[in-house]
Design a binder for this molecule. Structure first.
Ligand SMILES: [Zn+2]
Length: 271
C-alpha cells in the first residue's frame, strides 16, 4: 500500500512538469472507489496550476476546482509523453499539453474526485478528519504529547488512526516506535513528555528519510508501478520477526494489533 513517503515522492516526480499544462482530454477506465463527481468533458480546457499533498491525497489545483487523487491499495501514477493505449489496469488518463498523467490501479481502491474547492462538502468529507502533516511545523512535539494524553488506546493504533498526525502507516509506525524505544502496546496517555518528544522526532526522521530515499529513485519513477515498499528503508524491526535486533540481538517479536502486524524489540522498546 502506498504510504505518505511514496505519495510525496510521486508528487515530486511530476508536480513541476505538469504545472501550467492545459487539459486536452480525460479518459476514464473502470469505476474506481468513488465517482469523479463531474462530467469528465467539463475538465477539458482547464489548466493545472499546482500539485499539493494532504495526507495520502494528491490535490491537483485547476484554474477552477481541484482533483483529489488517492492511490488506494495498489495505485500508482506516472506522468509521461505517451502514445501507448491504456492497459486493463489503467483507469484514469489526464491528457495534458505537457504529458499524460495515468493512474494504474489493479485493485481499484484508488480514486479521482473533482471538488469545487477545498472547503466544499466533497473535499471536507475526504480531507476534514486528517491530523497535522508530520513533515511541517504544524507537527509540534508539545501539542503531540497533549493529544496523546487524551488517548487511551495503544500508541501504535493511535499513530495509525491518522487523526493526530497523518501518514504514519504500518511500516513507519513500527520503525518510529523502535527508534523512540517505545513498546507499540503502550497506552498513548501514559507516554511521558520526553518520550513523546523522542517519538515526534522519530516519526519525522523515518518519514523524511523515506522521502529522500524515494527521491533518489526518481529517475526510474516513470517506469515504477508502485510495488509496495519499493524504496523502503532498511527496516530495524518491520517484517523481521524472529531475526536479531540490529541494536541488541534480541529476536524481534511480531504481534497483531487491530488486524495489522506489529514488530518490536522486547529489549529496546519499553512499555
Ligand atoms: Zn533490541
Amino acid at each position: 500500500m502506498p504510504e505518505l513517503p511514496e505519495v510525496e515522492v510521486t508528487r515530486l516526480s511530476f508536480a513541476d512538469r505538469i504545472a501550467g499544462a492545459r487539459i486536452d482530454a480525460v479518459r476514464m477506465g473502470k469505476p474506481l472507489r468513488w465517482p469523479l463527481g463531474c462530467d469528465a468533458a467539463s475538465l477539458v480546457g482547464r489548466t493545472v496550476r499546482a500539485v499539493r499533498r494532504r495526507g495520502k491525497y494528491l490535490l491537483l489545483d485547476l484554474d477552477r476546482g481541484l482533483l483529489l487523487l488517492h492511490l488506494g491499495m495498489s495505485g500508482s501514477l506516472s506522468f509521461a509523453h505517451r502514445t501507448d493505449p491504456p492497459g486493463p489496469h489503467d483507469h484514469f488518463d489526464l491528457v495534458t499539453t505537457n504529458g499524460v498523467l495515468r493512474l494504474h490501479d489493479p485493485r481499484r481502491f484508488g480514486a479521482v474526485v473533482w471538488a469545487e474547492g477545498e472547503s466544499s462538502a466533497v473535499a471536507t468529507k475526504l480531507l476534514g478528519g486528517l491530523g497535522v502533516e508530520p513533515l511541517t511545523d504544524d507537527f509540534d512535539a508539545q501539542r503531540f504529547h497533549a493529544a496523546l494524553k487524551r488517548r487511551h488506546a495503544p500508541i501504535k493504533q493511535v499513530l495509525l488512526a491518522g487523526d493526530i498526525v497523518v501518514g504514519v502507516g504500518n511500516i513507519y509506525a513500527s520503525e518510529a516506535l523502535f527508534i523512540a524505544g517505545i513498546r507499540p502496546t503502550t497506552r498513548a496517555s501514559r507516554i511521558s513528555a520526553p518520550r513523546a518528544a523522542r517519538l515526534h522526532a522519530a516519526v519525522r526522521d523515518v518519514l523524511s528519510r523515506a522521502v529522500q530515499t524515494g527521491g533518489s529513485t526518481l529517475r526510474d519513477f516513470s517506469n515504477a508501478h508502485g510495488e509496495s515498499g519499493y524504496f523502503q528503508l532498511e527496516a530495524m524491526v518491520y517484517d523481521r520477526a524472529g531475526e536479531p535486533c540490529r541494536v541488541c540481538g534480541t529476536p524481534i517479536r511480531m504481534i497483531r494489533q487491530g488486524q495489522r502486524s506489529t514488530f518490536y524489540c522486547p529489549q529496546c522498546q519499553k512499555p
